[in-house]
Design a protein around this ligand. Sequence first.
Ligand code: ADP
Ligand code: MG
Length: 255
Amino acid sequence: MENAMIELSELTKRYPHKDKTGRDTYKTAVENLSLAVGKGEAFGLLGPNGAGKTTTIRMMTLLMEPTSGSIRYDGADVRGHEQAIKRLIGVVPQHVNFDQDLTVGENLELHARLHHMGKREREARIRELLRYVELEDVRNDGVRRLSGGMKRRLLIMRALIHHPRVLFLDEPTVALDPQVRRRIWALIQAMKAQGVTVFLTTHYIEEAEALCDRVAMLSSGHLVDLDTPAHFKEKTGLPTLEDVFLKLTGKKVSS
Ligand SMILES: Nc1ncnc2c1ncn2[C@@H]1O[C@H](COP(=O)(O)OP(=O)(O)O)[C@@H](O)[C@H]1O
Ligand SMILES: [Mg+2]
C-alpha cells in the first residue's frame, strides 16, 4: 500500500500452553496476519471473543513481542525504533487500568510526565482534554467515583495526552449503554477528522460500520477477509455485516 502508516507482515503469536495431559505445547492466537493501514484511515479489526484482537493490538503497540513476522510504522521496522513509536501512538486498552486511588487530574498528570511533557505544556493539555470531554468538574475526584462512561472518556484522553498520530482502541465501548457509546463514537470520529489514524477492535458490527473505512474480519487468529463495509455487503449480497461474518466464518461475531 502506498502511504501506509502501519504494515503487518505475517504476524504470528503463539502462547505457551499446557495440553490436557499437562504437556507443554503452544496455542496460536494470531497466525500469519498481513495487512496495511493507511495514513488517516480508521481501520477495524472485527471478530468474536478469542479471535486474537487484543493479542494483535498488544503486538502492534509493543506491549508484547510477536513470535514471528514484522510490524512497520511509516515504512520503518519497529525494532530499534521503540521510543519513536511510543511517541507516535496512543493506546486505549480493553480494560480500564487507571490507578483508582489517584484523581482524574493526577492520572493525566502521571501520563503526561511519562511522556516527558513540561509543566506548562502538561497543564494546558490536561485542561484542554478535560474541557473537551466535559470532565473538568471531576478533575479532583478519585477515579473510583466516576461512571463507566466517564472512565472510558478519561481513558481515551489519557491516550491522547501527547498528541499521538495513531490511536489504538481495544473494544472502546464494551459494556457501555447506547447513549454513551454514541458519545465515544463521536470522539473517535473527531480524532479521525483531525487526521489521526485510528485502529480499533470490536465485536460490535454496528461499531465497525459506523467508524471504520475498512474492516478486517478475524476468526480464530486468521484473517478471513478485508474490505470496506459497503463492499462486504455488495459482494456477498447480504444486508448487514453480521450476516457477512456469519457467511464467511460460519460463526457469529457477537455471542
Ligand atoms: N496471555 C495469554 N496466555 C495464553 N493464552 C492467551 C493469552 N492471551 C490470550 N490468549 C488466548 O489467545 C486467544 C486470543 O485471545 P485474545 O487476543 O485476547 O482475543 P480477543 O481479544 O479477540 O478476544 C484466545 O484463545 C485466548 O484464550
Ligand atoms: Mg480482546
